[in-house]
Design a protein around this ligand. Structure first.
Ligand code: UD1
Ligand code: CA
Length: 484
């Protein structure tokens, strides 16, 4: 069941000292999204009327980031971190009077899903609770708030580790810090909590105990998936979370029909989309807004960032950012595609080829050792090995056009701006500064002359000289044989 909450409050004011970072903790990323980005994405699945993120440490950076990734979200600044209860008070002050359900969650629990939040809210509403807390059974509950239940199994209170006696510390059911509250109960409870505890903080957890003491219904949703309640406090946890989230993402795509030879070495951001029968080989990273079409094969050892790969394309040992690879195009190995590289259907970018801000037309080929910058290459054109598109004159970038079915000989330099017409040729080794007309061959290199006897005069006594002498002898014998 889904019930739209009046508000979701995301707590993200804490410092995250153990990250040892100049970046605020919640701006560290897993699977291509910041920690707070994950929290906001999960919260947005509830479609709340209001979504407020409580910020404090690194507030300017966090606020700027939220402005970028979630413009509809409001931020509330908590000047001093006086406790989770205080943080929620700050959020409520920044919103109109709320009526209905208020969900509280954290900015540093990246595996929490919208589904789990929906289940929490659903149980809260169906059971008619005043407060519902998300809990988990864990092997080592050290540091967490413990769920204290009465003899009938009902939730009675949450006791912080530092305030707990030995019997309570033996409890393995922990408070995730994620709750659904009735808005009125929350507001009233927050006005009554005190900092009379081991940490001298205003505990949000005390609102649950107060509601229960008032005879209101308090409940818990125990999740079997403790990962969803886990926060990130240091880089070791960040890596563990990244690995687990990636495991979930890869598993999801395999169930959707993607083949992965080695899911553990395949890294896929949450923002990536894959079609059926895609094959991902070991060592592939698919990042950002990357999309891979039906039957395309990527890898091994490729990184694609914000890159679209068409159906049936093949991409081997390639690094691409902001590129578009057409249907059945082939790329790699050792190819570098930079922003604006567009490979049309059935085109090819081969070994040691770098392409930037250029279009390679349908079926056109750039097979070996080439730099293509600021160019339009027409359908069916062939760019010879070692061709350089010289797009930069030291001041500005200029455009080059290679016409349809044109042929650029190996080791040519095309000095932009220059335009080769459809159906024209460039001789190998040319430095082209003047464009061609249709059907022309451009030859732009010194005419060759061969100097007879040079090796004998200038390199006499060398192995080369000896080889030349032997070859000449053989030629002479052959000539004699033919005469005989
Ligand atoms: C809190 C809970 C504990 C629970 C644990 C789960 C309380 C009193 N305790 O403990 O029961 O098991 O989370 O991780 O709530 N924050 C603010 N402003 C503050 C204080 C905290 O925004 O003034 C934010 C932090 O950035 C963090 C979250 O709230 O994202 C939790 O804060 P933290 O200090 O880690 O709470 P714990 O003491 O671990
Ligand atoms: Ca914590």
């Amino acid at each position: 069941m889904t019930t739209r909450p009046a508000a979701v409050v995301v707590l993200a004011a804490g410092e995250g000292t153990r990250m040892k970072s100049s970046t605020p903790k919640v701006l560290h990323e897993v699977a291509g999204r910041t920690l707070v980005g994950h929290a906001v994405a999960a919260a947005q699945e509830l479609k709340p009327d209001h979504l407020s993120v409580v910020i404090g440490h690194g507030r300017d950076q966090v606020a700027a980031h939220l402005e970028q990734v979630a413009p509809g979200v409001t931020t509330a600044v908590q000047e001093q971190q006086l406790g989770t209860g205080h943080a929620v008070m700050v959020a409520l002050e920044g919103m109109p009077e709320l009526d209905g359900v208020v969900v509280v969650t954290y900015g540093d629990v990246p595996l929490l899903t919208g589904d789990t939040l929906n289940e929490l809210v659903g149980t809260h509403v169906v059971d008619g609770n005043a407060v519902t807390v998300l809990t988990a059974q864990v092997a080592d509950p050290t540091g967490y708030g413990r769920i204290v239940r009465d003899d009938g199994g009902g939730v009675r209170a949450i006791v912080e580790h530092k305030d707990a006696d030995d019997a309570t510390r033996a409890v393995n059911e922990i408070n995730s810090g994620i709750y659904a509250f009735d808005a009125d109960v929350l507001r009233a409870g927050l006005s009554r909590i005190t900092s009379d505890n081991a940490q001298g903080e205003l505990y949000l957890t005390d609102v649950l105990g107060l509601a229960r003491a008032d005879g209101l219904r308090v409940g818990a949703v125990v999740t079997a998936d403790a990962w969803q309640t886990e926060g990130v406090n240091d880089r070791v946890q960040l890596a563990a979370m990244n690995r687990e989230l990636n495991r979930r993402i890869t598993e999801r795509w395999m169930r959707e029909g993607v083949t992965m030879i080695d899911p553990a070495s395949t890294w896929i951001d949450v923002t990536v989309t894959l079609a059926r029968d895609v094959v991902l080989r070991p060592g592939v990273q698919l990042l950002g807004a990357t999309e891979v079409g039906t039957g395309a094969e990527v890898g091994p050892d490729s990184t694609l960032n914000d890159t679209v790969v068409g159906a049936g394309a093949s991409v081997v040992r390639t690094h691409a950012t902001g590129a578009r690879i057409g249907d059945e195009a082939t790329v790699g190995p050792f190819t570098y595609l930079r922003p604006g590289a567009v490979l049309e259907a059935k085109s090819k970018a081969g070994a040691y080829v770098e392409i930037k801000k250029s279009t390679v037309g349908p079926g056109a080929k750039v097979p070996h050792l080439t730099y293509v910058g600021d160019a339009t290459i027409g359908e069916g054109a062939n760019i010879g090995a070692g061709t350089i598109f010289a797009n930069y004159d030291g001041v500005a970038k200029h455009h080059t056009v290679v016409g349809r079915h044109s042929f650029v000989g190996s080791d040519s330099v095309l000095v932009a701006p220059v335009e080769l017409a459809d159906g024209s040729y460039v001789a190998a080794g040319s430095t082209v500064v003047t464009g061609t007309e249709p059907g022309e061959l451009a030859v732009a290199r010194a005419r060759q002359r061969n100097i007879d006897g040079w090796v004998e005069r200038k390199r006499s006594g060398t192995a080369t000289d000896e080889a030349a002498r032997q070859a000449k002898e053989r030629q002479a014998e052959q000539a004699e044989g033919e005469h005989a």
